[in-house]
Design a protein around this ligand. Sequence first.
Ligand code: URP
Ligand code: ZN
Ligand code: ZN
Length: 467
Amino acid sequence: MPSLIIRNGRVITASDDYVADVYCDNGKVAAIGANLPANRFQADRTVDASGQYVMPGGIDVHTHLDMPFGGTTSADDFESGTTAAAHGGTTSIVDFAIQYRGQTMRHALDEWRKKAEGKAAIDYGFHMIVTELPDAGLEEMDRLVRDEGITSFKLFMAYPGVFMVDDATIFRALQRTGENGGLVCMHAENGGVIDELVKEALRKGQTAPKYHALTRPSRAEGEATGRAIALAEMAGVPIYIVHLSAADALEKVKQARDMGLPAYAETCPQYLFLSYDNYEEPGFDGAKYVMSPPLRDKWHQDVLWKGLAKNDLQVISTDHCPFCMAEQKTLGKDDFSKIPNGAPGIETRLTLVHNGGVRSGRMNLNRFVELCSTTPAKMFGLFPRKGTIAVGSDADIVLFDPNRKQTLGVKTLHMKVDYNPYEGTTVHGSPSMVIANGKVIIEDGKYVGKKGDGRFLARGQSLAASL
Ligand code: URP
Ligand code: ZN
Ligand code: ZN
């Protein structure tokens, strides 16, 4: 594999910020230092990174590529989704394999590995979605953690009849992670209450997209978040709340953390930058934002930013789950409950968070890297191989130009979906070059990598306890 030296860039990790050269060989970071001598570090390619941030590649621990859901399949597969991720500076993802009822987790893992194999542009791992848990399933959880590098499990307190499991199942899974070292990730919304509210709305003829949000109150997220944390406390294990959207839920995480409990949570850019108002857009446009949990009233955004600042939220992921307006979102034209849940975001995470977080003074560059790369790596057993720039780490590196402007939209982005929630928004700062495992894969706005170069990541155990 050709070697590469990145000269004069501003190296930013979760803890450091200094100007240096980074020498990459055999897909790894092999040396870092000021003015590395050319006679000792002979590289096949030299890249001048003056004026640019040299950051560890983004790690998105919440994506749904090629996912059957809501009567259709998410619009990005592992080729288009990971290529779009790379354009946005993300060099690893953790997607979700789904164990459907009556099927084994082994089967689910095989299916999802087949979906990704030979297609991915960047490295990928999997969480396992668990929809039932007989005794044999408990043993499968052990095997996944021990033998397969699947060290986290997502359970749902919502979507009755599809993914939702009861408290006993959740408790069994939590207890088992106490023995096998896995981590439970929770979709925390009270699915029973929401289902009743949905039926009531439809009875009243309330079918427009905005009723998706109005039937999923933030209290339903807060209640489920508190319950999930209480179940984890009783089981004596850590818990990770996914796609946290609301102040009510954050309050439960904060209370738990103040008590010293190992409760962790991620939020996503859509909850930081979009709001309930988007559901009021004309016609059927509100469907673009139908996701669960839904977008909240604007004031929740400030509370989430504060949560990021105080480390009550430790990760920013995307929950990338795109569905086209044509033919997919329209499945719910006459009934909001039939609109497939999810929105695109895999490509826009770093630029949005840099623009709205770093440039606006809400966080510094170290925290930006920590939230989007380092803590995701630690939380999900990828650190220090991923999530930092250090000798011996994978050479997953983003050259991020803080002054490079980008106008977000369907025409400029690469996700295979016919709308963008941020259409027309101009962000300052975007990746100028992306390197994955020592190879340049994005240059001059073009993908120059090779489909299938992304490798399956067998992950280790979470370092959550140290966070
Ligand atoms: O609306 C969403 N979030 N779709 C993806 C599935 C999930 O719950 O994460
Ligand atoms: Zn979810
Ligand atoms: Zn999701």
